[in-house]
Design a protein around this ligand. Structure first.
Ligand SMILES: *[C@@H]1O[C@H](CO)[C@@H](O)[C@H](O)[C@H]1NC(C)=O
Ligand SMILES: *[C@@H]1O[C@H](CO)[C@@H](O)[C@H](O)[C@H]1NC(C)=O
Ligand SMILES: *[C@@H]1O[C@H](CO)[C@@H](O)[C@H](O)[C@H]1NC(C)=O
Length: 312
């Protein structure tokens, strides 16, 4: 009896030790996180690695792990005083990363990130807003095939929409695309309005860029886009996004649309098929026609001299 009990205890102990060993942080992630801590200055600014070399033991602010896997799953280093480099190799080694928030730091392309990372197959959230990124390599987005939320607002940017967005078509799960105020120039990409390519895309924000030309009349048709902001496109003080707002009528899932401070002309769009519309913001354009919006829609058409009159 006592031998059996001893055997059982031994088995239990073995299982416990075995289980604990499986939960130790993967040495690949440990090495990668220590390298990133050093290269971005997060060892100094956030104290990563100061109390312990293990990024998963709770002493690394903003780092979360899956304890069962022993892998790093989320990094929130927003406003973390980061500068310098994140190498593509170090980033790619974090193969279980789901979420990466590097917003509000001083990272820029020249200092190394993003060198083309190997694909991070689980990454769904990437926020690079408020840094100094410019001239991103166009293949950069290929590294994030599972992306659902991408934000790169308020960067130096200076990129053509076509060039930058061509690889986005591989991100089939994209729900939110936010690239306000980052000197994107060129046409509003047809991809973003195509519900076949992006069946889950709900939010598109491109305010304060240099978009030109007119928006194709079936842009967004049958898409799931609920929120669209393409307001305030100008370059050197000249507005250059123009044409008609006819495309709005086909965007049947729209809840909010912001097209203010552009050169759209022609009649106000027919929104009778837009059952969920709550906000129509088209101030400071050249639209015309009688106001005919359902009650419950917040409408701003100030600064359109032809509104309230019949179109010529
Ligand atoms: C990205 O980060 C900024 C700054 O921290 C935040 O305000 C913004 O909401 C984030 N964007 C998304 C789409 O999560
Ligand atoms: C959307 O993309 C699909 C697949 O690339 C293409 O066949 C289709 O013509 C596009 N639709 C529009 C309206 O551009
Ligand atoms: C409009 O966009 C420019 C960048 O092109 C930005 O500097 C400005 O603050 C924006 N204006 C508004 C009212 O958002």
């Amino acid at each position: 009896m006592s031998t059996i009990r001893a055997a059982v205890i031994l088995v239990v102990i073995t299982l416990c030790v075995g289980g604990a060993a499986a939960r130790a942080t993967d040495p690949v992630d440990v090495r990668a996180m220590q390298a990133i801590a050093k290269s971005t200055g997060a060892d100094k600014s956030l104290g990563w690695g100061v109390k312990s070399g293990d990024p998963c033991d709770g002493t690394w602010p903003g780092v979360r792990c899956d304890k069962d896997l022993g892998r790093v799953t989320a990094i929130d280093a927003s406003n973390g005083g980061l500068a310098g480099t994140i190498s593509g190799t170090d980033l790619s080694d974090l193969t279980y990363l789901l979420s990466l928030d590097l917003s509000r730091n001083r990272l820029n392309t020249a200092t190394g990130f993003p060198e083309q990372p190997r694909p991070l197959r689980h990454l769904t959230y990437l926020n690079l807003s408020s840094n100094a990124f410019r001239d991103m390599p166009h293949y950069f987005l290929l590294a994030f095939p599972a992306l659902q939320t991408f934000a790169m607002d308020d960067n130096e940017g200076d990129m053509a929409t076509g060039y930058f967005l061509v690889d986005l078509v591989r991100c089939l799960a994209l729900r939110t695309f936010s690239a306000n105020n980052m000197a994107l120039y060129g046409e509003l990409s047809d991809y973003l309005g195509n519900g076949t390519i992006f069946p889950a895309l709900e939010r598109v924000s491109l305010a304060g860029n240099y978009l030109v030309d007119d928006v194709h009349h079936d842009w967004g048709k049958n898409s799931k886009v609920k929120f669209l902001d393409i307001s305030n496109q100008s370059f050197g003080g000249d507005k250059q996004l123009l044409g008609r707002l006819d495309f709005v009528a086909g965007m049947t899932d729209l809840v909010e649309i912001h097209v203010r401070d552009n050169l759209f002309d022609g009649p106000l769009p027919d929104v009778s098929g837009l059952a969920n519309l709550k906000v129509f913001d088209a101030a400071n354009n050249n639209l015309c026609g009688r106001l005919n919006f359902p009650s419950g829609v917040a409408v701003n058409v100030d600064g359109n001299p032809g509104v309230g009159k019949d179109c010529p």
